[in-house]
Design a binder for this molecule. Structure first.
Ligand SMILES: NC(=O)c1ccc[n+]([C@@H]2O[C@H](COP(=O)([O-])OP(=O)(O)OC[C@H]3O[C@@H](n4cnc5c(N)ncnc54)[C@H](O)[C@@H]3O)[C@@H](O)[C@H]2O)c1
Length: 253
């Protein structure tokens, strides 16, 4: 039987590449996202992939989406908690508390909501897998992005706890920690950082590369390949781990 895979926030970016990689590998894939037109485009591009509109920060949405996803896949083997929002770029004392709540609600609480509902189905799988998308900001501090960093560190604690709780059910939980990934999101991050620091975008990019052993942005297809590996039988002894894929980044900003 093909692996049954649910990917959150997969209409674009890293999630889309993850959905594509599992689909191309023969898995049955269900994708949710808040962007309905992006999902329609994905369904055209990857025939057979099923989708649902869902704001991961909305608990009722998540409940509806999980019912639809598990029904569509006739069960669940692999959950990829990819949804994450960046939040504003500002120092803590100027950080909008409402924005803090939104980042936590999507990145941390939303991941909890999806995972909580997925666990009974993963327990029925022969080899359940949970992959949480953290970030280099989940192992380092990140100036002016306190909510993002705190939420991504929170996901590490959540992942390690899931691994302990669920090991006896044959379910593995790991976190992927990407660094600066090629794509539109990182361009927005560089622009916001330039505005906050008074530097040019080019200066911000140069200093980002200065903090890496390998100079360059991460290819989202490599992150997707890591997710496919973590969900495979070859990774059957890997659980509770954090897997950076970040060109050996030593500082976030
Ligand atoms: N891109 C990077 O450089 C980078 C680095 C480290 C970690 N990450 C993490 O990887 C994940 C994916 O990042 P990305 O850069 O591909 O994201 P992105 O900004 O390109 O967005 C991907 C998708 O998320 C959807 N989305 C946003 N908020 C949502 C919500 N509340 N509910 C459902 N869908 C929502 C968007 O509609 C979009 O289709 C995130 O968790 C992010 O924090 C990204």
């Amino acid at each position: 039987m093909p692996q049954r895979v649910l990917v959150t926030a997969g209409a674009s970016g890293i999630g889309r590449e993850i959905a594509r990689a599992f689909h191309e590998g023969g898995a049955a894939v269900f994708v949710c996202d808040v962007d309905t037109s992006g999902l329609a485009e994905l369904e055209r591009e990857l025939p057979g992939v099923r989708t649902a509109t869902c704001d991961i920060g909305n608990r009722a949405d998540v409940r509806r989406m999980m019912v639809a996803g598990v029904a569509s896949l006739a069960g669940l083997d692999v959950l990829v908690n990819n949804a994450g929002t960046a939040g504003p770029t500002a120092p803590v004392e100027q950080y909008d508390p409402e924005a803090w709540d939104t980042v936590m609600r999507v990145n941390l609480t939303g991941t909890f909501d999806v995972t909580r509902l997925a666990i009974p189905h993963l327990k029925r799988s022969d080899a359940g897998v949970i992959i949480n998308m953290s970030s280099v900001a989940g192992r380092l501090g990140y100036a002016n992005r306190s909510a993002y960093s705190a939420s991504k560190w929170g996901l590490i604690g959540f992942t390690k706890t899931l691994a302990i709780e669920l090991g006896e059910f044959g379910i593995r939980a790991n976190a992927i920690l990407p660094g600066a990934v090629a794509g539109p999101r990182i361009e927005r991050v560089f622009e916001a950082r330039a505005q906050a620091s008074g530097q040019t975008v080019e200066q911000v990019k140069a200093s980002a590369m200065a903090n890496q052993s390998i100079k360059g942005l991460v290819d989202p297809r490599d992150i997707a390949a890591l997710a496919v590996f973590l969900a495979s039988d070859s990774a059957k002894a890997i659980s509770g781990q954090i897997l950076p894929i970040d060109n050996d980044r030593q500082q976030v900003s």
